[in-house]
Structure formats: C-alpha cells, structure tokens
Design a protein around this ligand. Sequence first.
Ligand SMILES: *Cc1c(COP(=O)(O)O)cnc(C)c1O
Length: 379
Amino acid sequence: MYKNKIWLSAPHMGGGELKYIQEAFDSNWIAPVGSNIDCFEHHLEAYLGSHHVAVLNSGTAAIHLGLILLGVQVGDVVICQSMTFSASANPILYLGASPVFIDSEPETWNLCPIALEEAIVDTIAKGKKPKVILAVHLYGVPYKVDEIRAIADKYSIPILEDSAEALGSSYKGQQCGTFGDIGIFSFNGSKIITTSGGGAIVTHSKELKNKAIFLATQARDIAPHYQHSEIGYNYRMSNICASIGIGQMEVLDYHIGLRRNMHEFYIELFKNIEGVAVFKVPSVNCFSNYWMSTILINSFETNGVTRETLRLALDAENIESRPLWKPMHLQPLFQKYNYYGSHIAETLFNDGLCLPSGSNMTPEDSNRIKSVILKLFGK
Ligand SMILES: *Cc1c(COP(=O)(O)O)cnc(C)c1O
C-alpha cells in the first residue's frame, strides 16, 4: 500500500495568505516594495514588543547584514556556535572573517559558556579580540541567555542572535530574537512560519533598521540618479512573500500550540522506552516553540537500537527523520578553524534524531509514527 510521505516540518498555510497576495496583485506591487512589507514588519514588531524589524529575502541574508552592521571585516574573528545549520556560519566567510567554533552544553544544546569564555580569552591572548558572538536558539530552545550575555558584556563583544528556529520561543517572558545586539529570523519553507523563503533582522533602533534596509536595497545614496558610496546587497523581501507572512502571523501562536502538542505526543510515546530521551527545555524560565521535536538515543540502553536504526525504520514507512545538525567544526568546509569545547556536540550528532514535528500532522500521521516506534522497541 502506498503511504503518503510524512515530512519533518512542512509548510502550513493558515488560509488568510491568499487574500493578502490578492491585495498585492490588485495594487500591482509585485516588487520588493509595497505596503504588505511594512504591514508584515509591523506584525513582527508588535509580536516582539519594542523592537524594530526589517524583512529580507532570507535568514542567511539577515545574518550577513547583521555581521556587517556589527562591524565585521576581513580578517576579523567571529565566535560561532558549532552545533547549528551552516547558514549561521557561511556569512562569516562571505566577509573574509574567520569563525571560531564553540561546543554545546548539554542542557540547551547551545553555546557552552565555559568554552565560550575560554575561546574569548585565548583569542584575545593571540592578539585578536573577537568581533561578534553568534549564538543560536537551536530547535527553538533558548540558549543560556543570562550566562551568555554576562560573558558578552564582560568582554564588550556584541551578540548576533540567530533566532531562525525560535520565533515564538521566549526566556523569562521575553521573546527570542530580542536578546542580541541584533537578532535574526528565518521564514524558509521548513520554519515555524514560512513566506516560501525569507528572513528578518531585528534591531534596537529605527536607525539600524533603516541602515539594514539601505544595505538590502543596493545602498542607494539620496540622489535622482543611481549613486553609491557603500557596497549594497539585493536582500529585501518581496511584497508577495510579505503577503504570505501576514497570513502566517495570524496563525503563529496556534501553530506553536500544535507543534507543542507534537512534542507532548513524543514525550508520552517514549515515556516507557528505556534509553530514549525527548529533548526539552531545562527550566520554567524557558518557553520553546518546539519547532522541531528531537530525541537522544543511548544505544547501550536500547538493546543496540541507534538513531540510524530508527531513522531507517521510519524511512521504510515513508516517514522522514534526520540526524541533528552536524557540528560546523566537523564539516570539511570549516575543519581548519579553531574549536573550543569537550565534544558534547559530537555526541549529540551521533545519538540525536529530529522527528516529524509539523503543525499540520494528522492523527493518522502520529499513529503511523507510533506504530513504527513501538514495533522497533518491541512494545
Ligand atoms: C534556517 C536557518 C538559517 C537560515 O535561514 P534561511 O532563511 O534558510 O536563509 C540560519 N540559521 C539557522 C539556525 C537556521 O535553522
């Protein structure tokens, strides 16, 4: 019997998106300019609180511009979480800067404060003060916000907060994306909301937002002709994509609730399965959107079932799952750069698996996943 593919994280439209796209068509603003762009930005600003948001055509573009706005130049050092998607680190190379990679700590899987401080001290001793700390809220789980901020302030290094996976997550009641000196979001197809492709940069001031938009729209000086004094980029979001974003904002909190239900489903499912731990926030201070539900498998306690055994068993039933992000310091592209830590990220990569987590999964989907897992673990 042919079975539909169950995806890790599929787009989930709320229904309102087409109405806003129609508006864009009716007004003929089929361009990276238009009122739906401003409207989407206002929705995001209202959602976050007091911050200023510029929407762009990808999260990667937002990281690139964020690094530029924080002053990163050729030859600079940027400290970066190792356990992340390559899009966090690639823009460091776009600028001719060098990443220094930091291990995860086991509670949030994000920047280890001890390894972070060690890297800063060591890099300064070598004569180069790091320009930026790039911190990630992996899988929607907030990093150790207070600890990382204390270290950043101690050495006066700004934080670029990669909140690509964490729209709607919060720490002590404050929204992720607002903790960094600059924050970013992604609205790619697999993220908690999607604009088909897109991103945003979050700043503390209107001036910085305007500077981001200036750089994202080819850095045109004020003049009747095309006049340029700085390197520009073509990074602005299109009015059509922003239309999708407005519709998605209407269902964001609802969809977060559904993702959190999936997470609950996995907690319940693995409750009595020895050797499998569902990853969850370490304290009541953290609220996660649970963009992705993930597990760690200790194969010494599962009669030899590994994350790969489980991945293949799910795949045989046309159910997508995937190992966690392969740490950057283990990637051929980034191997030559410095790394500080005690190899926690490696262990996470070896033992961890991402499970289908979409907000549009049906009870039948959940049942299919459940039966594969119960069978594999002999339950
Ligand atoms: C998705 C993602 C990005 C990049 O966003 P795009 O919109 O795909 O360019 C950056 N960092 C992390 C952690 C991501 O998950």
